[in-house]
Write a protein that binds this ligand. Structure first.
Ligand SMILES: *[C@@H]1O[C@H](CO)[C@@H](O)[C@H](O)[C@H]1NC(C)=O
Ligand SMILES: *[C@@H]1O[C@H](CO)[C@@H](O)[C@H](O)[C@H]1NC(C)=O
Ligand SMILES: *[C@@H]1O[C@H](CO)[C@@H](O)[C@H](O)[C@H]1NC(C)=O
Ligand SMILES: *[C@@H]1O[C@H](CO)[C@@H](O)[C@H](O)[C@H]1NC(C)=O
Ligand SMILES: *[C@@H]1O[C@H](CO)[C@@H](O)[C@H](O)[C@H]1NC(C)=O
Length: 382
């Protein structure tokens, strides 16, 4: 009896040991960033509590299959962030060598400045960049996109500088960071200026149009998801569109991905009072004019809980959801969720080389393998 107990204890210990060697368990969080480089889904920053600030740089290895109960997290030991940040934005350079970390609530030792940090993927080092050019505001709740010439566009945001009160204002400036000359520009646009905005999602189409929707306008009013702001990066011009289709609750702290065939898939989010929003998942078809919202019926089956403050990335046919806060159980989410965008269904195990089968529920989606990933990766702002 006693030896049997000891044997079990021993086996348990060994399993625990193997698990802790093979799989790192990262800190839970919300308001983080995530990007994909070379089959690695990297998680940057985020916030769990004021006391628990996380600096670790972790990634999920997407090169091999895994399932929800066995997440292959890895810690990049030498990749610790130089600052604690949440509600910032992270953008991958065109050559996949660098991650630019911009804005957010940056706890930069004792100063409240908002510098730009760059992570060099090849040598795992963070550096603080010296950037010249125009003055740009300190801000949070932003989403940057990079165009095909290496210019990052950052619109609006929220400009809290006091980290006790977190009080600030929304902005509507359009700033660009040229990643080759390392200069900031504050675009002087007079016509058609959008309302003061933050917490939106941003996707850049191959034709250089940036699509903004969702989040907050003015003094923290949730805006209707059918109100779309468009910024033409070739002309530096704003325009607006009212989308058609199904109703999608207004929301903040949701996440989105843009598929190579022009669909923006959104997931999760919350109201100003931290309540859930419906539907959890919706799709904006940007091939139609005006754009059209729809809710794939398959997305309601085996759906993850109501979460906000998570991120979403597209990898082949999968939208991958990481971390965030689970409204259903009132806890941070440590699960990873996979949505098969070809077959419109949630799945629990991940296989990097899927052979998707045609589905009658997605007539407009050809069941083909998608391009690797998109220029914009994760979205999820505070
Ligand atoms: C971090 O999280 C805690 C509680 O979850 C919150 O009170 C605090 O304001 C957050 N800090 C930032 C910078 O978001
Ligand atoms: C960067 O990565 C993306 C996605 O993996 C890929 O499509 C692209 O070709 C890469 N670019 C370069 C210059 O390696
Ligand atoms: C933040 O605001 C509080 C309340 O108004 C004030 O007491 C505090 O001094 C401010 N902190 C900073 C760093 O300005
Ligand atoms: C935030 O932006 C508003 C204008 O929207 C401005 O009046 C205010 O001074 C800014 N605050 C900080 C701390 O920059
Ligand atoms: C950026 O440009 C806009 C429009 O010209 C202007 O209103 C704003 O004050 C500028 N911002 C800064 C920080 O100079």
């Amino acid at each position: 009896m006693y030896s049997l107990y000891n044997l079990f204890k021993f086996i348990f210990y060994i399993i625990f040991l193997i698990n802790s060697i093979l799989c790192y368990v990262p800190s839970e969080r919300r308001y983080h960033n995530s990007v994909i480089i070379n089959d690695r889904l990297l998680i940057i920053g985020g916030n769990k509590s004021t006391a628990e600030k996380t600096y670790e740089l972790v990634y999920l290895d997407l090169a091999k299959p895994f399932d929800n109960t066995n997440l292959p997290w890895n810690l990049i030991r030498e990749g610790d962030l130089p600052i604690h940040t949440s509600s910032s934005t992270a953008i991958v350079s065109l050559d996949n060598s660098t991650i630019f970390l911009i804005g957010g609530f940056m706890f930069d030792k004792s100063t409240y400045s908002n510098p730009v940090y760059a992570y060099n993927y090849l040598n795992s080092k963070w550096t603080k960049l010296s950037i010249t050019g125009d003055r740009v505001p300190t801000r949070q709740r932003i989403r940057g996109v990079i165009d095909d010439s290496g210019i990052i566009y950052i619109f609006g945001g929220y400009n809290a500088t006091n980290y006790t009160t977190f009080s600030g204002n929304s902005l509507n400036e359009m700033n660009t960071l040229d990643t080759s000359s390392m200069t900031w520009k504050n675009l002087s646009i007079i016509n058609n200026l959008p309302p003061l905005s933050n917490g939106y999602s941003a996707s850049i189409l191959p034709n250089g149009i940036i699509i903004y929707f969702g989040g907050l306008e003015g003094s923290d009013t949730l805006i209707t998801m059918k109100n779309i702001k468009l910024f033409d990066t070739k002309e530096n011009e704003w325009s607006y569109m009212v989308a058609t289709g199904e109703d999608v609750d207004s929301r903040r702290n949701f996440a989105s991905v843009l598929t190579p065939d022009g669909y923006i898939i959104i997931f999760g989010g919350r109201t100003n009072s931290f309540a859930s929003v419906s539907p959890k998942l919706a799709v904006l078809d940007t091939n139609k004019s005006p754009y059209e919202w729809s809710i794939p019926s398959g997305s309601k089956v085996n759906s993850p809980p109501f979460i906000y403050g998570h991120t979403a990335n597209l990898y082949y046919n999968y939208m991958i959801i990481t971390f965030g806060y689970n409204i259903d159980n009132g806890m941070h989410n440590s699960q990873v969720y996979f949505y098969d965008i070809t077959n419109n269904m949630w799945i629990t195990s991940f296989n990097p080389s899927p052979s998707p089968s045609p589905s009658p529920s997605s007539p407009s989606r050809p069941p083909k393998k998608r391009n690797r990933i998109l220029k914009i990766a994760g979205a999820g702002d505070e």
